[in-house]
Ligand binder design. Structure first.
Ligand code: GSH
Length: 230
């Protein structure tokens, strides 16, 4: 279904923007996308002027209302289009999915982002997203990021040893954030380690889903095409 009254402000490579693109494909929803990135891998001036939080993804409604944060965009769309449920049906499912989605975000996605933002030459003085002031890179955060990522892989390996999906026996937003995180690692040359075979089993199964395949970023941060996962 095409949602004509909304626009999604996007950046093809950005892991958080992909969290929304995957969700839309799972729900069979289409929203016009506005790509906001410049060749210097920075958000463009018109987006800066439009949205004071200055981060993607952002969903804009017909009356100008802006919804930022991938989690908030999911919550809004799940309330309007409940099927398939991606954020849980029962109280316990909702709580379990929400807990695992946050773990993937805080421990995995942010760990990779620490490595990326504190090492990439285009992110000098852009150590954090959403700031207009200069935020210096801190090289110590690269090592700490690697530590967080290793912890994430072990925690999710244990969880996926006994669960088909990240939050149990149904696909959910917890899988979306985890896929985006693992693929962010691949783009940074940090594959799933050999001591996380259950993460690899789950990752291989996820490749069969159109939402995973069709949301893969087509460009590296510097604009060069990325190999599309087989
Ligand atoms: N908490 C936000 C994080 C959004 C975020 O960090 N977006 C990044 C892209 S992944 C961004 O807009 N970066 C802009 C920049 O690097 O200048 C969410 O979950 O949506």
């Amino acid at each position: 279904m095409k949602l004509k009254s909304m626009k999604l402000y996007d950046w093809d490579f950005a892991p958080n923007a992909r969290r929304v693109r995957m969700f839309l494909i799972e729900k069979d929803l289409e929203i016009e996308r506005v790509e906001c990135i410049t060749p210097k891998i920075a958000l463009n001036e018109s987006f800066e002027a439009r949205y004071r939080h200055y981060m993607v993804p952002m969903l804009e409604l017909e009356d100008g209302t802006q919804i930022g944060e991938a989690l908030a965009i999911w919550t809004y769309l799940e309330a309007l289009h409940s099927q398939p449920a991606l954020m849980g049906r029962t109280a316990l499912e909702k709580a379990t999915i929400s807990a695992w989605e946050r773990r993937a975000y805080d421990e995995g996605l942010i760990g990779h982002a620490e490595i990326f933002r504190n090492s990439h030459p285009n992110f000098v003085d852009r150590g954090l997203p959403g700031y207009h002031a200069k935020v210096p890179q801190i090289s110590a955060l690269i090592e700490r990021g690697k530590m967080r990522v290793a912890h994430f892989h072990q925690k999710f390996n244990t969880q996926l040893a006994n669960n088909r999906f990240v939050a149990g026996d149904t696909f959910s937003v917890a899988d979306i954030t985890t896929i985006v995180t693992v693929d962010f690692g691949l783009a940074l040359n940090m594959p799933i380690p050999d001591n996380a075979p259950h993460v690899q089993r789950w990752y291989d199964e996820m490749q069969k889903r159109p939402s995973v395949r069709d949301s893969v970023p087509k460009h590296a941060p510097d604009g060069t095409p990325l190999p599309v996962a087989a």
